[in-house]
Design a binder for this molecule. Structure first.
Ligand code: S3P
Length: 442
């Protein structure tokens, strides 16, 4: 039985411990919540468009609710229930100076994208977030924004939040990014939209392109040359209805669970299949997963389809290079797949994992090791020797939603009960993760 229980311990911060029983099989048809990256962008770009953006499939989870809260503070009306939302756009120059500090909670996407947008406004603002956000690198946005003339300040020479932004006029720049990061690229494209002249952003490998797609969908003009994207300042955006597909990063936990647990057969419908996000499907296929993709169509500028996955024996693989940005958020759960695959898996070129919501290399290595996996962390990734079985253990999420869900999947595939501490972290991107898991884990 894949029964999942949770015990709530109401202290000052609500802590949750999840008890995960080994699953006999994973079966059923599910839909996962709306894409987190697209949900943030829908609110941000909807807010600065002209007209009302009607959104369907919005991700109502802590991170995206932080983005909504920020735009409320800047005078944007956003209303709706459940996954339907209406954003009353105010145009690129219609935001109001927030009277209070803007708190992004745990959301890196919010702080980085909004910092780009606020650099070109005519008012002062301060952005901060939780302890994890205040540890994460911000120099990667403040430095290129300063080149555009932005007056952005922060702790440690502008490299850490809180960030203070004295908005003003910006000039276009040609940026060459040292790391492939959609958050940095998007921050600079938003600043570019407000700058005089044409801004370009080149990345070493293509990162998720949701900002580019949504800008184009809302009437923005951009052009791309290889890994370089150009945007001219002074454009306006026009509201259009928007359907957000299921988040492949949330589906990833179920895909890996079904691949690992014998007797599994799972269908995930209405899933975003953007090629800049679907690296996990290529990796699972190369590891020998029994995977089928069908019914692909374009919805609001994003590819969407259905995936069926059945259990099969997986084998180890090498994961690195330009594939990394296309599956960066799925690496913790792919490490779980590798822990039970035949042979060795090497994950390399993934040093970015060290500066996510937690140090994900160390967090997943600790959790998997406790469960009996053979994992060696390295500076830019992990080396994993597959084992036949995982054992139950007490593991820790380190305040990181994706570590929590990856270790829950490991627990399902383990031989005894696993106790996951800090399971409440799932509310950042997937509040219904445990109920959905209970439904398909038998
Ligand atoms: C995101 C980009 C990625 C990803 C994050 C969401 C986005 O971060 O890890 O979960 O929505 O743009 P980086 O841009 O730092 O790689």
């Amino acid at each position: 039985m894949g029964l999942i229980a949770s015990s709530l311990n109401r202290e000052r911060v609500r802590k949750m411990e999840a008890v995960i029983q080994p699953a006999e099989r994973i079966r059923g048809t599910i839909r996962v919540p709306g894409d987190k990256s697209i949900s943030h962008r829908a609110v941000i770009l909807g807010a600065v468009s002209e007209g009302e953006t009607e959104i369907k499939g919005f991700l109502r989870a802590d991170d995206c609710l932080s983005t909504i809260r920020l735009f409320h503070q800047m005078g944007v009306r956003i209303e709706g229930e459940g996954t339907d939302l209406t954003v009353h756009g105010v145009g690129l120059r219609g935001l109001q100076e927030p009277a209070e500090v803007l708190d992004v909670g745990n959301s890196g996407t919010t702080i980085r994208l909004v910092a780009g947008l606020l650099s070109g406004q005519s008012f002062f603002s301060v952005l901060t977030g939780d302890a994890s956000i205040r540890r994460r690198p911000m120099g990667r946005i403040t430095q290129p924004l300063q080149i555009m003339g932005a007056r952005v300040f922060g702790r440690q020479g502008g490299t850490l939040a809180p960030l203070a932004i004295a908005g003003g006029s910006l000039r276009a720049a040609e940026h060459v990014l040292p790391v492939a990061s959609a958050q940095v690229k998007s921050a600079l494209l938003l600043a570019g939209l407000l700058a005089a002249g044409e801004t370009s952003v080149e990345e070493p490998a293509l990162s998720r392109d949701h900002t580019e797609r949504l800008l184009a969908y809302l009437g923005g003009r951009l052009r791309r040359e290889g890994n370089r994207v150009f945007i001219a300042g002074g454009q306006r955006l026009w509201a259009r209805p928007l359907w957000i597909p299921g988040d492949i990063s949330s589906a990833a936990f179920f895909l890996v669970a079904a691949a690992l647990v014998p007797g599994s057969d799972l269908v995930v419908e209405n899933l975003g299949l953007n090629p800049t996000r679907s690296g996990i499907l290529e990796v699972l296929a190369a590891m020998g997963a029994d995977l089928e993709v069908r019914g692909e169509e374009l919805v609001s500028g994003e590819p969407v389809g259905t995936i069926r996955i059945r259990h099969s024996r997986l084998r180890g693989i090498r994961i690195g290079g330009s594939l990394i940005p296309r599956l960066i958020d799925e690496l913790p759960v792919l490490a779980v797949a590798a822990a039970l695959a035949q042979g060795e898996t090497i994950i390399e070129d993934a040093q970015e994992l060290r500066v996510k919501e937690s140090d994900r290399i160390s967090a997943i290595a600790q959790g998997l090791t406790a469960l009996g996996a053979k994992v060696s962390p390295k500076e830019d990734g992990l080396i994993i020797q597959g084992v036949e079985h995982l054992r139950g253990a007490r593991v820790e999420a380190f305040g990181d939603h994706r570590i929590a869900m990856a270790l829950a999947v490991a627990g399902l595939a383990a031989q005894e009960e696993t106790i996951l501490q800090g399971a409440e972290a799932v509310s950042i991107s997937y509040p219904d993760f445990f109920p959905t898991l209970s439904r398909v884990a038998q």
